[in-house]
Design a binder for this molecule. Structure first.
Ligand code: IVH
Length: 673
């Protein structure tokens, strides 16, 4: 036998052994060998693969972490839609769900499987001939994003499964769905590291999971301990009889399945399951936000079908938001970019639902008065989903007799000017438009992702640059380049980061008109309104001259918005500021189509696959800017289907329906680019 044949055998044996130990360690948490012994096996395999690189296959345990950056996360069309679940919050709602199931099944007997609802990010994994080939996010349920390289780093995701453990219909191809998550402890450690490095901590384990799955560098992904629980097995012609059997196949094939699932014969047992886990959720090392109740029989699931985006055979039972009590040390008033003062509770730090909480929102003075919240009180705080924690009640027994009701501030805590409380509002405002807090808020908004998208100009840098008098208004941003040397001398800002910032600022001048309009932060002019105004008026000059009637003739623009615009443009300071921005080179005009052919008014576009020259979102913006429509699915009414790389089933559908298909080049020509 030749060397390479021997090596092949040896390599296959080693991989097999490593796969088994991966399974024992990461899926079952019952390792049989020491870490050292494991490392030796891996080293041996790496050595052999180095010698025989032609034998490296993507499913080798050495290939979990790629070294190439993932430049984009191309769209992936799901073979079967990834549905979401209807939420229920009370026993009564579960009773109603059960009644609908009973009615739908015309009196047939049925059972449920109750599972934990893992609070993570749902993913779809595709295997061909037992080898992991693709992972994608849920996206909008029909089209998700490909995140294969990142999911590959998750050690509990098998890169290869033994086909003999699966029914033959799945040998060619199957799909597994599950939830990627991060354990609470791992999340805490990650946040500690981030804070040390001056990075913004994640709000909760789910956000850190979602953020990690979208990182471009798989090596960083690999360093973050992501994990997965799978709950679904799919394949064409694969007919399994129950969800329980589904879970058992997953287990048999070596996937990680959450062990706390239970077959429930009736609703009473479902209640028991929910009550138990609502009570004991804190004992789990990962976060759950409820239970998922599924009709066990797949035939019955089919019979019940789905409505809109969620199945009728399954429901989520959401646990009550986690609560705890802590001391309210102070109430501070934060000033936003519009001058609105928002009360914020400063709390004695307390651990709740995956993170340490030291601040909570109090909404407004009316809320404080209604709940009679006082400084020094012991308060109940809760965290529901991903929202900012809030103070829900006061523990009155623990109140000190000296405490006094909170009074609204009379002066702005930042600039000291007298505040204003409009007669018909609960809100309190700082009316000094020069207030540093307002200046900072406006600048942060201006530079933000959906506005001018100036990378690097975030909260902390804006804070610094305003405090050091570099920035006061938007035009100052564009003259920063004249102060390069001074900027470099600022502590913590090196030459490289200053140059990156200046480049990002220059680049932002090319942002289309609607973004520049949104960036100004005119009251009630959100991103959507800005786009409509930009499309209708075409330039800042025309918009500034528009009368109230003209403004209101635009679809969805009512009195509230038109008045706000008129007031804004009436202010001489705003007009001067806009002039300066124009002089700096901002685009205050929509890009005119070059020829009449380029006018896309009324034309509808579907995009499938990825484009080289722009992201999906940019393509969408460009189509809309030119008066066209961007739609998600192909029909007879579609005018153009733009086909990029790796197109999905929309391409096939377009061919079937005979819709006009164009490639990227033709699309660019249509756009006039
Ligand atoms: S079943 C139609 N089972 O909850 C079936 N989902 O809206 C839908 N989730 O998107 C999924 N744990 O991300 C199912 N044991 C579990 C789950 C689970 C968490 C997530 C999943 C889904 C969302 C429901």
């Amino acid at each position: 036998m030749q060397d390479v044949d021997l090596a092949r055998k040896e390599i296959e044996k080693l991989r097999e052994e490593i796969r088994r130990h991966d399974y024992l360690y990461y899926v079952k948490a019952e390792p049989e060998i020491s870490d050292y012994e494991y490392d030796m096996l891996l080293k041996k395999l790496e050595g052999l693969e180095r010698k025989f690189p032609q034998l490296i296959t993507p499913d080798s345990p050495t290939q979990r972490v790629g070294s190439d950056l993932t430049k984009e996360f191309p769209p992936v069309e799901h073979k079967q839609p990834m549905l979401s679940l209807a939420n229920t919050y009370s026993r009564q709602e579960l009773i109603d769900f059960d009644r609908r199931v009973k009615e739908g099944l015309n009196g047939e007997p049925y059972e449920y499987v109750a599972e934990l609802k893992i609070d993570g990010v749902s993913v779809s994994l595709i295997y061909r001939q037992g080898v992991f080939v693709q992972a994608s996010t849920r996206g909008d349920g029909k089209v998700g994003e490909e995140i294969t390289n990142n999911v590959k780093t998750i050690k509990s995701v098998p890169l290869k499964v033994k086909l003999e453990n699966l029914p033959s219909e799945l040998h060619e191809e199957f799909e597994v769905r599950g939830e990627v998550f991060m354990e609470i402890e791992a999340f805490r450690k990650l946040n500690e590291q981030r804070e040390k490095a001056g990075e913004k901590p994640f709000a909760n384990p789910r956000n850190s999971t979602a953020g990690t799955l979208k990182l471009q560098d798989p090596r960083i992904v690999a360093s973050r301990p992501l994990d997965i629980f799978t709950y679904y097995l799919l394949g064409s012609n694969y007919f399994v009889s129950t969800q329980l059997e589904n879970l058992n196949y997953l287990i048999k094939a070596g996937f990680k399945v959450n062990p706390h699932f239970k077959l429930c014969k009736n609703l009473r047992e479902v209640f028991e399951f929910c009550d138990y886990w609502e009570e004991h959720r804190e004992e789990l090392p990962y976060e759950i936000d409820g239970a998922v109740i599924k009709v066990n029989s797949i035939a019955q699931q089919k019979k019940l079908g789905a409505v809109a985006k969620s199945p009728r055979w399954a429901v989520a039972f959401k646990f009550k938001a986690e609560q705890t009590t802590t001391k309210l040390n102070n109430i501070i008033w934060q000033v936003g970019r519009t001058g609105a003062l928002t009360p914020v509770a400063v709390l004695e730090p307390v651990f709740l639902a995956g993170s340490t909480i030291s601040r909570a929102t109090l909404h407004n003075i009316e809320e404080i008065e209604r709940k009679d919240i006082r400084i020094g009180d012991t308060v109940v705080i809760e965290k529901g989903g991903d929202v900012i924690p809030k103070v829900t009640a006061v523990v009155e027994e623990k109140r000190s007799p000296e405490s006094k009701p909170v009074k609204p501030p009379e002066y702005c805590p930042v600039c000291g000017s007298k505040v204003f409380n409009p007669a018909d509002e609960v809100g309190i405002y700082c009316v000094n438009s020069e207030c540093p807090a307002q200046i900072k808020g406006r600048l942060i908004h201006f530079a933000s992702r959906n506005a001018m998208d100036i990378e690097g100009l975030g909260e902390s840098l804006v804070d610094q640059l305003v405090d050091l008098n570099f920035l006061k208004s938007f035009p100052d941003i564009y003259s920063l380049k004249e102060k390069r040397a001074e900027l470099i001398s600022i502590e913590r800002l090196g030459e490289k980061s200053v140059d990156n910032l200046l480049t990002a600022i220059e680049k932002s001048k090319n942002q289309p008109f609607h973004r520049a309009l949104f960036a100004l932060g005119i009251r009630f002019v959100g991103a959507g309104v800005a786009l409509k105004l930009a499309n209708h008026f075409g330039s800042m000059d025309k918009l500034m001259k528009a009368s109230k009637e003209e403004l209101e003739s635009v679809a969805d623009i009512g009195e509230r918005i038109s008045e706000s615009l008129i007031n804004y443009f009436r202010d001489e300071r705003n007009r001067q500021m806009i002039e300066k921005l124009k002089a700096a080179g901002l685009r205050f005009e929509t890009q005119k189509p070059l020829t009449s052919l380029n006018n896309l008014t009324g034309k509808s576009f579907v995009l499938t696959g990825s484009l080289n020259s722009m992201s999906r979102n940019e393509a969408k913006e460009k189509i809309i800017e030119r008066g066209g429509k961007f739609v998600s699915s192909v029909s007879f009414k579609t005018d153009y289907v733009v086909v990029g790389e790796n197109p999905g089933s929309k391409f096939d559908k377009a061919k079937k329906l005979g819709v006009k298909i164009i490639n990227e080049q033709e699309f660019l020509e249509l756009l006039g680019e």
